[in-house]
Design a protein around this ligand. Sequence first.
Ligand SMILES: C[S@@+](CC[C@H](N)C(=O)[O-])C[C@H]1O[C@@H](n2cnc3c(N)ncnc32)[C@H](O)[C@@H]1O
Length: 221
Amino acid sequence: MFIKKFNKTKCVNGCELFNDNSNYLYWENRNVTNDEIEITDFLNNKYNNQNISILHIGIGNSYVATKLKKFINIDGISISMNEIILAKSLKIENYKSYFFNKLENNVFSNKIFSKYDVIIDVNIKSFCCCEYSFKKLFSDYNMMLNRNGIIVTGKRGMNWSRIIKPVIRFSLKKFFYKRLKEFDGPKSNILSLFECNELAKEHSLKLNNIDKTNIVTFSKT
Ligand SMILES: C[S@@+](CC[C@H](N)C(=O)[O-])C[C@H]1O[C@@H](n2cnc3c(N)ncnc32)[C@H](O)[C@@H]1O
């Protein structure tokens, strides 16, 4: 059953977006994606023992924070309050998690955000409501990037398009509970390397598809 009444916000183009911070289940108990595992290994090698700061968009089950906790500061965001509750329960020093919809107009002008060496978004375009919001999102990421910083995404995530809708489900264990359910999204959310190249040029970033991996980075020189 779909939920009709939930908190909403709007993107830069006026599209309505889910923004309800009551306890919706989503990715907190699901397996981390392969893209995120590869990205985490890559970052562990690249920044071994350096004190960098990361913005993680779509924290899922907080895999990134648990694997990189030794030497970094991480701010993470998600649209699932249950993911945030899990993240906070891990009590990882230097890991802060917040409920935000990344597509909300002006969301990144909030003072909690600063400048980052790395911005991770495995599903950089997957959940976008329209082209305007994606363009705005990407320029926000660029704006928050330190010199020599990188935006990191993954090719599998780039090939994935979804729409998330709030639903009520029933199970004998949990009775009625709220969760975010994925549906197929528009083809326009599939991001090609060609499009990435155009984005990189437009924002004076350098595009790199790391050798023999699915990792795609945009770096600021
Ligand atoms: C498919 S899950 C992937 C989780 C994790 N990044 C991984 O790769 O295992 C998508 C993640 O993106 C988050 N997400 C989806 N749309 C979002 C939005 N508009 N704003 C913020 N987070 C969003 C979800 O809450 C979830 O954490």
